[in-house]
Design a protein. Structure first.
Length: 268
């Protein structure tokens, strides 16, 4: 154990330096290292990732194993999260009010960008808007809470399709596109293009599909890596930058990543 990590005070407890206890912070760093890995780890790999010597990391691992927050496989010797860590995570998730967290996220996003932001979830057939925060200017898109969002060609719909199993949306998409006069070749091409949305992690308004506004749609994931919701920022076309690397997209990605982390998702 790191001899300089803490000192015993006259009352028998560890000396608090600044605003915290160094040894506790280092122990949590070890625990966080294992969590981020997503799989069992060797001692040397944990030490390297946590910025410690192997002997120091081992000392913290001994305590974490004793308390059940880390478990060591008897055969491989690898360290992974223990039952206490899993129970702590489940307890945190059970106390998480998703809609309250999401509303705080889209409220801050609308304030930062000055644009309208919506939150949509999947109702089994289509995306449905469950919350909406207006920006500094009037909304350029008339949509109310409770409204259904078209799968095609909206940015919101494309993110849902990119993140959900194909059987949940394909028949709805085909019906919608056929009603719009699209043929099988066009439908197949549209479905193939969803791979790019999945890879990028967001969708923007398709060129020439909507004359008045532009949109950025970004997914939110939960602890099961399941698509929980989609956050969409709407702005007036020509004035709203939806380009990669632009402030709106960068800000939206940062906000949804933070929300996903709060829901227990492992986000790179």
């Amino acid at each position: 154990m790191d001899a300089s990590a803490e000192k015993e005070t006259a009352t028998g407890g560890p000396e608090i330096r600044g605003a915290g206890i160094q040894s506790l912070e280092k122990g949590l760093r070890v625990l966080t290292t294992i969590r981020h890995a997503g799989h069992g780890m060797r001692l040397n790999d944990i030490a390297e990732a946590a910025g410690m010597t192997p002997s120091m990391a081992h000392g913290y691992l001994v305590s974490l194993v004793r308390t059940g927050f880390v478990a060591q496989d008897r055969l491989s010797g690898l360290y992974d999260l223990g039952d206490a860590s899993l129970q702590l995570g489940l307890a945190s998730l059970s106390r998480t009010d998703f809609l309250s967290l999401a509303r705080a996220t889209i409220t801050e996003l609308a304030s930062r960008l000055g644009e309208t932001v919506t939150l949509a979830v999947w109702n089994g057939d289509a995306p449905v808007v469950v919350d909406k925060i207006e920006g500094r200017s009037d909304s350029v898109y008339e949509i109310k809470v409770g409204s259904l969002v078209r799968l095609w060609p909206t940015a919101t719909g494309r993110v849902f399709m990119a993140g959900l199993p194909r059987h949940e949306w394909e028949h709805h998409l085909r019906d919608t596109m056929r009603q719009g006069g699209e043929g099988e070749a066009s439908i197949a091409r549209f479905i193939a293009d969803l791979a790019e949305v999945r890879e990028r992690g967001y969708a923007t308004t398709l060129p020439s599909t909507v004359p008045d506004f532009s949109a950025i749609a970004v997914p939110v994931f939960d602890h099961r890596a399941y698509l929980k919701a989609v956050v969409t920022v709407l702005g007036r076309q020509g004035d709203f930058d939806i380009a990669p690397g632009g402030e709106p997209l960068t800000t939206a990605l940062r906000a949804t990543r933070s929300l996903s982390l709060r829901l227990g998702a492992s986000v790179s």
